[in-house]
Design a protein around this ligand. Structure first.
Ligand code: SF4
Ligand code: SF4
Length: 107
């Protein structure tokens, strides 16, 4: 099992999650974060830290968000580790909760 970052992180990137992860398994892309499934120990600490509710246990990923399981694994291999909080993206509040954000994911 692992935890998974889903669509609502796109263009938000608050990064509260990375500060609590004991095994530094978050990786940062231009406008999205992912979790490395090979490193995540399912401690669940990051779930409540995410202000936009973007993180789920792999088995609890909402309907329609299933592609994010493979996407986290794929992009974690490509993007660098992030383990310190940085400012959220400038228009994060505007993007919170918008549907169909996947089309805006920058690789
Ligand atoms: S706290 Fe949530 S929105 Fe912010 S980077 Fe982490 S997963 Fe993305
Ligand atoms: S569940 Fe724990 S180990 Fe996995 S990403 Fe979240 S904080 Fe890190």
């Amino acid at each position: 099992m692992t935890h998974v970052v889903t669509e609502n992180c796109i263009n938000c990137k608050h990064t509260d999650c990375v500060e609590v992860c004991p095994v530094d398994c978050f990786h940062e892309g231009p406008n999205f974060l992912v979790i490395d499934p090979d490193e995540c120990i399912d401690c669940t600490l990051c779930v409540d830290e995410c202000p936009v509710g973007a993180i789920y246990a792999e088995g609890d990923v909402p309907a329609g968000q299933e592609p994010f399981v493979a996407l986290n694994a794929e992009l974690a291999r490509q993007w660098p580790v992030i383990n310190a909080k940085i400012p959220a993206m400038p228009d994060a509040a505007d993007w919170d909760g918008r549907p169909h954000k996947r089309a805006f994911l920058i690789r």
